[in-house]
Design a protein around this ligand. Structure first.
Ligand code: AMP
Length: 253
């Protein structure tokens, strides 16, 4: 596995792979890797000749500086996990290499990005869609893999790819959970023992289902701060805050 930090080096590798006739699968991440990410990498490995994973803590999608600063960063650890999972390349550029325009150009979805996460995190989806568009243009994969954990993000990325006539096929992958049901997340490591227990109760409260009001009051009874609980497209989606850690999850409903 090769770790690349410049776009030029990536383009040379892409040329090599394409000359050999390889199909390319792509998994965009922000690092802080766990089994959820690795499930995407393995899926890509099963469906493509070569898999490249990007690691970039994308500054434009953070609406809180503290969250950006606290985001876990450990390229060595992430790289060894990716090697074991069968990735062929890691693309870990500096944000400046991606935002040469200073974020003057950005992608805005004006309808469905305004609800749920978008209602609570101003500008978040502009940052997500912009970086995904840039990465898809740089990486030029046959397929790109996204987790259903970020349900609304997956839906918006699919919509963007269709609206802007991008070539990559977008593949959604199921949520990977801890043994107690908590959806794996890079932010889980920031929970203390009490917060971690509450986070498992958050997952259980969502899995128990019922009306959005019932789920909300179940969470509030547990002393959990609720950003939203909403039903959409056959899913029950929620975001909560446990201490200073914000968690999202969704289940079929
Ligand atoms: P992130 O590094 O949080 O931006 O996530 C990178 C990709 O991994 C996104 O497509 C996420 O939806 C996906 N992902 C994160 N956590 C999980 C999980 N627990 N199960 C499945 N996919 C996940």
């Amino acid at each position: 596995m090769i770790v690349i930090d410049t776009l030029d080096d990536w383009r040379s590798l892409w040329d090599e792979w394409r000359s050999a006739g390889y199909s390319v699968g792509f998994v965009p991440t922000m690092g802080g890797l766990h089994e959820g990410h690795l499930s995407l990498v393995r899926r890509s490995g099963a469906e493509n000749d070569r898999t490249v994973v990007s690691i970039l803590v994308n500054p434009t999608q953070f609406d809180e500086q503290g969250d950006l600063d606290a985001y876990p960063r450990d390229l060595e650890r992430d790289s060894s996990m990716l090697e074991l999972a069968g990735a062929h390349a890691v693309l870990a550029p500096e944000p400046d290499a991606i935002y040469g325009d200073g974020y003057r150009y950005r992608v805005t979805e004006t309808d469905r990005s305004r609800s749920l996460e978008g209602a609570h995190r101003p500008g978040h989806f502009d940052g997500v869609l912009t970086v995904v568009l840039k990465l898809l243009q740089i990486v030029r994969p046959d397929r790109a893999y996204f987790g259903e954990k970020d349900w609304q993000q997956l839906e918006l990325v699919r919509g963007m790819v269709e609206a802007l006539f991008l070539d990559a096929e977008i593949i959604g992958c199921p949520i990977v959970r801890e043994a107690d049901g908590l959806a794996m997340s890079s932010r889980n490591v920031r929970l203390d023992a009490a917060g971690r227990a509450k986070a498992a109760e958050f997952a259980a409260a969502l899995q128990a289902g019922g009306s959005t009001d019932q789920v909300r009051s179940r969470l509030e009874d547990l002393g959990i701060d609720v950003d939203y609980v909403e039903r959409r497209d056959g899913r029950l989606l929620a975001a909560v805050r446990i201490g200073d850690v914000r968690l999202i999850d969704n289940v079929p409903a």
